[in-house]
Design a protein around this ligand. Structure first.
Ligand SMILES: [Zn+2]
Length: 314
């Protein structure tokens, strides 16, 4: 019998990529789908079972072939998607900045009161239309160059309600800061969001400008916030199976046919120009650092072993 070798995938700074942890969560999620009688359960369980990598000269691995289930809540796919989104966003922001060196970045967080599962899908759609309405308000649209938005849902385990909020990264012309005809205060953003959503209460809105002198770190933090998971797996994979089943079922239904992230105006144009539009390709995460190192490389194959609960080199 040949000796088994546990698969390890290290980043360049030596940290371990969380394949195993995400595959274990994927199996829990697949189990929940099976218990809830979702037809896709069996397919989800196959997600990322065989991973084929190319090995670069420096020993780093780049995934080049596998099968991903692409289910929105799949922890393995969500992890790949969030990496891809943040790599893409960094490239888009760099390019935008080149085109408009004086442009400034703002982070906007929009939310509403918590809602319950039967209303969640409707609310998610409502967020999208209200946002599109809002950015067409004259004072907003006149200085808006580009934007990217994503919706995050968190679960309140105490009362079973859901909180959704939208993270938006806005790129505005420097005129935005010129005077009160252009500058939009937090109170004004709140007023606009309330109007666009047609709410009868004051919603929570937060806006922060990225200071040009320290923009790099602030911007990266914002990119991570915007590109991160739509729902944290810790919200539906806990030690309470009954509750997890309810939450998984609610979210499966709420998220169907909704978009996780969308780009507008200049960001959309640049994304197209850079050919970053293939959202379904979770093998290639568009990490610009990964491409240069690949030459005629060695292939590494890792296979999931259900019994031993880990990936092994085969
Ligand atoms: Zn998956």
């Amino acid at each position: 019998m040949t000796e088994r070798k546990v698969f390890k995938d290290l980043t360049r700074n030596g940290s371990k990529r969380p394949w195993r942890r995400n595959k274990l969560d994927n199996l829990t999620y697949a189990e929940y789908l099976l218990m809830l009688h979702y037809r896709k359960a069996a397919k989800v369980k196959e997600c990322g079972n065989v991973l084929r990598f190319k090995k670069a000269k420096d020993g780093s691995l780049k995934l080049y072939q596998t099968w991903f289930c692409k289910s929105r809540l799949c922890p393995l796919c969500a992890w790949r998607r969030s990496m891809k989104n943040s790599n893409q966003l960094i490239q888009i922001l760099n390019e935008s900045h080149k085109e408009y060196p004086k442009g400034r970045f703002l982070f906007l967080t929009l939310s509403t009161k918590n809602t319950y599962s039967d209303n969640l899908n409707k609310e998610l759609r409502h967020y999208g239309t209200a946002f599109n309405r809002m950015i067409n308000y004259k004072k907003i649209s006149k200085n808006l160059l580009g934007y990217v938005r994503s919706t995050e849902i968190t679960v309140n385990h105490d009362d079973g309600s859901y909180n959704q909020h939208m993270h938006i990264l806005l790129f505005v012309s420097s005129r935005y800061f010129k005077d009160s005809d252009n500058y939009i205060s937090q109170a004004e953003w709140t007023k606009y969001w309330r109007k666009a959503m047609k709410l009868d209460y004051q919603p929570m809105v937060n806006v922060e400008a990225v200071h040009p002198s320290k923009s790099k770190n602030d911007l990266l933090a914002g990119v991570k916030e915007t590109a991160k998971y739509q729902v944290k797996s810790a919200d539906y994979i806990t030690d309470d199976e009954q509750r997890d089943l309810q939450v998984t079922d609610d979210l499966e239904q709420a998220l169907s046919h909704t978009r996780a992230i969308s780009y507008g105006k200049l960001f959309k144009t640049i994304r197209k120009k850079l050919q970053l539009e293939d959202e379904d390709d979770l093998v290639n995460t568009d990490d610009p650092n990964e491409d240069s190192v690949l030459t005629d490389s060695e292939i590494v194959v890792a296979k999931w072993n259900y019994e031993l609960q880990n990936y092994f080199i085969s």
